[in-house]
Design a binder for this molecule. Structure first.
Ligand code: CUA
Length: 362
């Protein structure tokens, strides 16, 4: 036996192992970013297209491998080896049926075979092309029934979400109702980013000076992890977000309660809240951040209205706990390299007061 069949078997085993590994991953528990567990119609359609291609490829792989293995076995060298220079005369001998069995009968110009092995790939490509074009058309625009409009602006390194019809601007937590198409209008505030919520929809580029659109939909309640999927600077990997899918009534209630002016009376620690509010204005936080119902109207950084409800601090990288928020406020660039939010040199007391204020924004 020469070496070629061995390496072919090895490649076959490797490929079969990859397929097994893939199906094992597919059957694993749904991770927060496991696109093999779609939670919405768009991601489902995209997975179907992937599966169609995958199964076609597995079919081709199995058939071609079977023919290859059969051929290797059936026509393996037996007995006397034909020296290479003799191959041409052996070929003639084989064609005329004379001499040894070292080479099987050779032929060319078999039109039937040529038509078959052209037609089959053409058919396979046609099946894939039709399915791809069909899904591309379905994904080009949301179903006509009144989608929720959301303008998404990607920034280094956070996400701005604006609901133009609802007058809401928020950041890093995208609230959507279950079962309703969401029309995303995607822009970039600086460099190229990429919007990706694996369990809800595939990727879309955010390109400066361009508006890209896509739609997605969550068909079950839950928190879906999203992140930037295009290298966009030092903290690219720290540019994450959450999509929170609510039952429609809960979503309506969330939207209706939005933008209530902050109130010290309802705060857990009114005095700390007031001190924090004053610091927010005095330390210049208001120059970059907006809080609806206050004098803070900066637009450089994330809108902090209702910040107490946010699931995370610093665009999806830490849970929104008092401890994490304090860490962030104490030295943002230490947590997110390149962050536009500077280290303001706050004292521990100032940090605690700001945390009290921000966490009572609801
Ligand atoms: Cu934004 Cu990577």
């Amino acid at each position: 036996m020469n070496r070629r069949p061995k390496s072919l078997y090895a490649a076959g085993i490797l490929a079969a192992g990859s397929v097994l590994g893939l199906s094992k991953a597919a059957s694993a528990q749904p991770g927060p970013q496991n696109w093999l567990h779609p939670a919405g119609i768009v991601a489902k359609m995209q997975l179907e297209l992937f599966n169609l291609t995958l199964y076609l490829m597995i079919g081709i792989f199995v058939i071609v491998s079977a023919i290859l293995i059969y051929t290797l076995w059936r026509f393996r060298a037996r007995g006397r080896q034909v020296p290479l220079p003799a191959a041409a005369s052996a070929r003639e001998a084989a064609a005329t049926g004379e001499g040894s069995h070292d080479l099987p009968p050779q032929f060319d110009n078999n039109h039937t075979l040529e038509i078959i092995w052209t037609a089959i790939p053409v058919l396979i490509l046609l099946v894939m092309a039709v399915a791809t074009v069909r899904i591309n058309y379905s994904l080009a625009a949301p179903p006509p029934e009144d989608p929720l409009e959301v303008r998404v602006v990607a920034h280094q390194w956070w996400w701005e979400f604006e609901y133009p019809e609802l007058g809401i601007v928020t950041a890093n937590d995208l609230h959507i109702p279950v079962g309703k198409p969401v029309q995303i209008t995607l822009e970039s505030g600086d460099v190229i980013h990429k919007f990706w919520v694996p369990r809800l929809a595939g990727k879309l580029d955010a390109i400066p000076g361009r508006i890209n659109q896509k739609w997605l939909q969550a068909d079950e309640e839950g928190v879906f992890y999203g992140q930037c999927a295009e290298l966009c600077g030092a903290s690219h990997a720290l540019m994450r977000f959450r999509v929170i899918a609510h039952e429609p009534e809960t979503f309506e209630a969330w939207a209706a309660a939005w933008g209530k002016p902050p109130s010290a009376e309802e705060a857990r620690d009114p005095e700390a809240f007031l001190r924090g509010q004053e610091l927010f204005m005095a330390k210049g936080c208001n120059a970059c951040h907006t809080i609806d119902g206050t004098a803070a109207m900066g637009t450089v950084g994330p809108n902090l209205t209702g910040f107490g409800q946010r699931l995370t601090v610093a665009a999806g990288i830490m849970d929104n706990t008092a401890e994490n928020l304090a860490r962030w406020l104490s030295d943002p660039p230490a947590i997110k390299p390149g962050s536009l939010m500077p280290n303001l040199g706050l004292t521990r007391q100032e940090v605690d007061d700001l945390v009290a204020f921000l966490h009572d924004l609801r």
